[in-house]
Structures are given as C-alpha cells and as structure tokens.
Design a protein around this ligand. Structure first.
Ligand code: NAI
Length: 351
C-alpha cells in the first residue's frame, strides 16, 4: 500500500488489468468538482503497481490545480499505464485503455502525455469519445499542444521579466533547459523578441537545430543552471529546482514549461529567499491543456487563443496573492487553485 496525505487524496482511483492486451493501468480522479477530470495518459516503466498509483495520484492533483487556475470547467485526473515487458501490440494496449476510459462514463477525459502519441489517442477514440489531443480538423482546436504551451510560457516570461527585472525580453538572456517540442518553439519566440539565448539538451541534434535557427549559445547539461542568464526556463524534466541547484542558480526569474519543477514545495521559499521570481509551472504551462480542453469542449480556436493570452494575467494574480499573503508563489498558486475548486464545486452543487 502507498500512503497518501489528505491533500493528495483523490476522489477515486481505478485499476484496470487485462492480460490479453497487457494493460495494467491506474486512472486517478483527483477532483471532478469543476467538471470531468481531465489529464493525459502516461506510458512508463514503474517498479511496482504502488509506484504507478502514487504517480497517478500526484499527477492528477497537479492537473486539478492547473485546470482550475486556467479557469477551465474541468477537474483533474491522470492515467498511468505500466509499460508491458517484452513485445506487445500497441493498438491492442490502447484499445483496452480506451475501453477503461469508456467504463468511467465521461468522468475522466484522456489525452497524450509522456510516452504516448496522437496515434495512440486515435486508437482510444475508436473506443470512447472522452479523449482529446487528436489531429486538428479544419480550423477547430486540436493537434500538437506544444506551440500553445510555448506561447503561454513566453507571455508569462514577458510579464515576469517586467516585474522582477523591469526589462523587456529583448534586453534579457534566457537559459533554456531542454529544446524538445516546447523548448524549441519557445526559443523561436524569444529569438523573434530579440532575447539572447543559451540552450542545453542531451539531444545534440536538437541543440544544433535551435542554435542554427536562433544563434543560441550552448551550455553543458550541468552548466545550463549556472549559465550567466537573467531567466532560467526549465523545459525538460521535473524536479530540477532543489536545495543544491537553487544555491547555484544565477538567474533572477524562473519561468518554463516543465511540470513539477520544484523537488519539494519548500524550494519555492528557497527561490524567494534568494530573490528569484518563480513563475509556478502549472500556472504558466497551461496553454497546451487549454487547447486540448477547447478541442474536447467544442470551443473555437479564437476562444482557446484568448485564454492562452490571459496566462500573464493569471501569473500576476498569483504573484500579487503571494505578496499580499507573504508566501512563496507556489504556495499562493496552490491556495488560489484550491479556493477555485472549492468555490466551483459549491456553485455546481447549488445549481
Ligand atoms: P520533449 O520530450 O519534446 O522535450 C524534452 C526535451 O528535454 C528533449 O529534447 C530531451 O532530450 C530534453 N532533456 C531531457 N533531460 C534533459 C536534461 N537533463 N537536460 C537538458 N535537456 C534534457 O517534451 P516537451 O513536450 O517539449 O515537454 C517539455 C516539458 O514540458 C515536460 O516536462 C512536459 O511534461 C512539460 N509540458 C509539456 C506540455 C506540452 O504541451 N508539450 C504541456 C505542459 C507541460
């Protein structure tokens, strides 16, 4: 058994196993107070079922907060699939997963996440309509959410630089850790805005592409944290900001796309104590889920875009709350998200 504290406690956790396809899935619904629990499907190797369940619960809680603060009529959930050992039929696996999503009757809406693709979601779509992240049809929202995520991070970074550095991005140097889907798109936007760039990625070809396109300098994997930059943009993995790395960070603003950037919540306070403005990850990286939500809910592309453009306003509201309450920005974001979930849940119950 794994232990979950009260804050993490999800509304329900569903386990689906199917020997024929190799499906071994956990779907955690953290909250449906604001609407169907939405969050991607991760395919990953886990040492145990408990590890998979714990990860699903932690990720589902993050989705609740991200969706609530983005003002979406969606709760938070996440699916975690343990990668089958040996060879397996990917279509069968995702068809079985689609049936599991269907069984939840619309209480959970899935999409891509680490280890899953648009093609996988198309397989899921054959079994259930509670899926998004499918190829865009005509002018309707859909397709790769990464450019929308990058756009939201870019706009938030502009607001953060103005507040902390009193400067436009054209007068800033930005260190980007990870130039994959989001990081490379962000690099393009920053370059167009006149920012100087320093990038690092273990994928040498990705680094080369971005350097050629933007004139970015490159740094080593460990050097990117201490690179002489005004802004650090984590766009690779989570947990990069911890006791040790924060002490070495030279940037005064942290604003990037990676989920779960803080190794532990106290790292938010450590950043604030060092005078670093931390733009909470799920506040600034919601552009992708906004576009995915628009696809599922049938909103227009213009409506989705307007909500992505409001990312800096949401960041500033969080920073104002942090200042007013005398707490770190990550704490303020969690407070605002929980309040939004509580208020939305009450409003829905009263309706
Ligand atoms: P991606 O897989 O396309 O890119 C990640 C890049 O980081 C890869 O190029 C990889 O080689 C690199 N990388 C991995 N470890 C690294 C390290 N230690 N140092 C430097 N580079 C490293 O992923 P994507 O889609 O660009 O997402 C980036 C981050 O943003 C992830 O944490 C993801 O969860 C998060 N995110 C992505 C969204 C999206 O719309 N794609 C939405 C919200 C969050």
């Amino acid at each position: 058994a794994f232990e979950i504290d009260r804050q993490l406690s999800p509304e329900s956790v569903h386990v689906f196993r199917d020997e024929a396809s190799g499906l071994d899935a956990v779907i955690a619904l953290h909250s449906t107070a604001l609407g169907p629990a939405a969050g991607g499907c991760r395919l990953w190797q886990y040492a145990s079922g408990e590890d998979a369940a714990a990860d699903a619960c932690r990720l589902a809680e993050g989705m609740s907060y991200k969706n609530a603060l983005a003002g979406l009529p969606l709760g938070g959930g996440k699916a975690v699939l343990r990668r089958p050992e040996g060879t397996y039929d990917r279509r069968k696996l995702f068809a079985a997963f689609g049936q599991a999503v269907r069984e939840l009757g619309g209480r959970y809406v899935t999409a891509e996440d680490v280890g899953t693709s648009v093609a996988d979601m198309e397989t899921v779509r054959d079994e259930t309509r509670h899926v998004a992240g499918l190829p865009a049809r005509g002018a309707a929202p859909g397709g790769d959410p990464s450019p929308w995520t990058a756009r939201g991070v870019f706009l938030a970074m502009q607001a953060a630089a103005a507040r902390r550095l009193d400067r436009g991005l054209g007068e800033c140097t930005v260190a980007i850790q990870g130039v994959g889907h989001v990081g490379s798109a962000l690099a393009g936007m920053l370059h167009a805005a006149g920012a100087k760039l320093i990038v690092a990625d273990m994928d040498a070809a990705a680094v080369a592409r971005v350097s050629v396109a933007t004139g970015a300098q490159t740094a080593s994997l460990s050097g990117i944290l201490t690179a002489n930059a005004d802004i650090f943009a984590p766009c690779a993995l989570g947990g990069v900001l911890n006791h040790a790395s924060i002490a070495r960070l030279s940037a005064k603003v942290v604003c990037g796309a990676a989920n779960n950037q803080l190794a532990e919540p106290e790292d938010g306070t450590r950043l604030a104590d060092r005078g670093v403005l931390y733009a909470p990850d799920y506040v600034v990286n919601a552009g992708g889920i906004i576009n995915v939500a628009a696809e599922y809910l049938g909103w227009s592309q213009a409506e989705a875009a307007a909500r992505v453009e409001a990312t800096p306003a949401r960041l500033l509201a969080v920073l104002d709350q942090a200042r007013a309450r005398g707490v770190a920005s990550n704490v303020a974001a969690d407070q605002l998200a929980r309040a939004a979930i509580a208020a939305g849940g009450m409003a829905r119950r009263a309706a």
